[in-house]
Ligand binder design. Sequence first.
Ligand SMILES: [Ca+2]
Ligand SMILES: [Ca+2]
Length: 156
Amino acid sequence: FLSPCFFCVCVCVCEELNRLNCPIFISATKDVWNASRKYCREKGGDLVVINSREKQVRDAITKMGWNGWIGLSDESEEGTWIWVDGTTLTVKFWDAGQPNNRDEQDEDCVVFEPNRQNPLLSWHDYPCLSRQHAICEKSAANGLRCHEGKSLVGGG
Ligand SMILES: [Ca+2]
Ligand SMILES: [Ca+2]
């Protein structure tokens, strides 16, 4: 069979067995937020939900070197940020000055921009029709567990 990693860049590379079922993976191509979410769901996951400091600073995401959509938006009500799992935003990792609905554009979807200087400041609101890579996550229930200590970017 073809693994999810066959279609994407596998960010989290763990033990040999895990290679066929990456808990965190990013799309090789860019698309708008809705289509990116669909991409993740078709592969048994969803856009990543980052609800802890541990997940925010996870090597696999911070070191990926690309910007990507995460599963957070305020599309239904301006200023009310909701994760794709239906939970509301609690811990926040906005970059300085974000979210800003820049130039009064409707910026309702969130991009993770890896920030090596301060990994806790990396979220930007963007127009949902902007094209970005998707940062997808499979829950432990759907995928095999990734051992945090072994996450790498690319190969391995
Ligand atoms: Ca907004
Ligand atoms: Ca913004």
